[in-house]
Ligand binder design. Structure first.
Ligand code: PGA
Ligand code: ZN
Length: 426
């Protein structure tokens, strides 16, 4: 037994940012290292995501995670006991084999992922390393402080307004450091809050699931104009230090073969024209899930036509190699949204990220709309050097935890900010 051997694994339920239970795992090594990790949960989930195991009983409106917690405590824990926490792949592969299903439906992706993340964190701690250092060493990647794609205005399934598009983001590509970038995001967010409060009344101060303001708007144009005013009010300019990005999450408004957006029903061809107009009018640099998750063909056509715009695949790829390969083959999207819980283990999520990078795709590490204060993804984005992170508005503790972790990493290390490299691509 070495000090890196797993001595004990214990899971419990904790709450996520939407008051629903989620799994937290505490892992102890023989050397006395203790690491804790918690899993997030989405609302606008992709159809092909790994299965989040929920009890389906009356407790927590069916969303209890008792089974997932038990699976960690009585099945996964005993199996990985004695394994070396530095052997991430071996441990993840062991859990994948133990589950034996293609979508982790037996043990639950939430159960498996909580252990997988705790293993990585324990390995870093036991070796006296920061988590991002360990990730960068493990996957042979050069670290970078990521550009935050900050979702300052929420719509879709994350808000109680009539906006079809789920996320309206500001992207501080033109700033020199992460500190300056986050300052800009904060200043724009506060300007935006007063802009919408003036126009829509105090109700506009309410925030959505990812901390962005959620004013009673029903039109894309209105939302993007609000962002542009806020950028100017805060002393920046759209197209210079700041760019705009959207996550359409279009599967959520794809109804009976048409897209319901801004009070209209559009065919995929009409939606494609609409996106082109919006992108040109607002200097948008990145769009996520512009077409529904099964439409690789239209997504590919669009990606080719709007070059060099960043087209990010979230629900279409669900951080899974097989779907990403299909996308790469046909040229659907040119960036991968990397969400660890869509596939359910660190190894598989990073494998998808590395394949994307090898294939010339960009990678944006992402939170979920249901989050905890676990800041794992901040270190993941830095360690993998993806250059991009999506972690909500600079408001609400579970979002701010990631931003503050990134501030500390920049403060403690000489790792460069990715802004200029992203700006030159867009
Ligand atoms: P979700 O949304 O976490 O609710 O799935 C995030 C996203 O679509 O990027
Ligand atoms: Zn998305």
């Amino acid at each position: 037994m070495t000090k890196y051997a797993i001595a004990d694994v214990k899971a419990r339920w904790i709450l996520d940012s939407r008051a629903n239970p989620t799994v937290e795992t505490e892992l102890r090594t023989e050397g006395g290292t203790v690491a804790v990790a918690a899993v997030p949960s989405g609302a606008s989930k992709g159809e092909f995501e790994a299965l989040e195991l929920r009890d389906g009983e009356s407790a927590f409106h069916g969303l209890g995670v008792k089974k997932a917690v038990d699976n960690v405590n009585s099945i996964i824990g005993p199996k990985v006991k004695g394994m070396d926490v530095r052997e991430q792949k071996q441990i993840d592969d062991t859990m994948i084999a133990l589950d034996g299903t293609p979508n982790k439906s037996k043990l639950g992706a939430n159960a498996v992922l909580s252990v997988s993340l705790a293993v990585a964190r324990a390995a870093a701690l036991a070796q006296g390393m920061q988590l991002h250092e360990w990730i960068s060493k493990l996957y042979h990647r050069k670290p970078l402080l990521p550009v935050p794609f900050s979702n300052v205005l929420n719509g879709g399934e994350h808000a109680g307004n009539d906006l079809s598009i789920q996320e309206f983001m500001v992207v501080p590509v033109g700033l020199k450091t992460f500190h300056e970038a986050l300052q800009a995001v904060s200043e724009i967010y506060v300007s935006l809050r007063s802009y919408v409060t003036k126009r829509y009344g105090a109700v506009a101060k309410n925030v959505g699931d990812e901390g962005g303001v959620a004013p009673p708007m029903g039109n894309t144009q209105e939302a993007l104009s609000a962002l542009e005013s806020a950028i100017t009010d805060a002393g920046y300019s759209n197209g210079k230090e700041i760019r705009l990005a959207i996550d359409a999450a279009s599967s959520t408004f794809f109804i009976n073969g048409k897209y319901k957006i801004d009070g209209r029903l559009l065919t995929k061809e009409e939606l494609m024209d609409y996106w082109k107009q919006v992108i040109a009018a607002h200097k948008i640099m990145s769009i996520e899930d512009p077409f529904e998750q099964n439409d690789f063909e239209t997504t590919a056509k669009f990606t080719a036509q709007v070059k060099p715009l960043q087209v990010v695949g979230d629900d279409i790829f669900v951080t899974q190699i097989a779907r990403l390969k299909r996308g790469i083959d046909v040229g659907a999207c040119n960036a991968l949204l990397l969400k660890v819980n869509q596939v359910g283990s660190l190894t598989e999520a990073v494998d998808a990220g590395l394949l994307a990078i090898k294939s010339g795709y960009s990678v944006m590490v992402s939170h979920r709309s249901g989050e905890t204060t676990d800041d794992f993804i901040a270190d993941l984005a830095v360690g993998l050097g993806t250059g991009q992170i999506k972690t909500g508005a600079p408001a609400r503790g579970e979002r701010v935890a990631k931003y503050n972790r990134l501030l500390k990493i920049e403060d403690d290390t000489g790792i460069p900010y990715a802004g200029p490299s992203i700006a030159s691509k867009s």
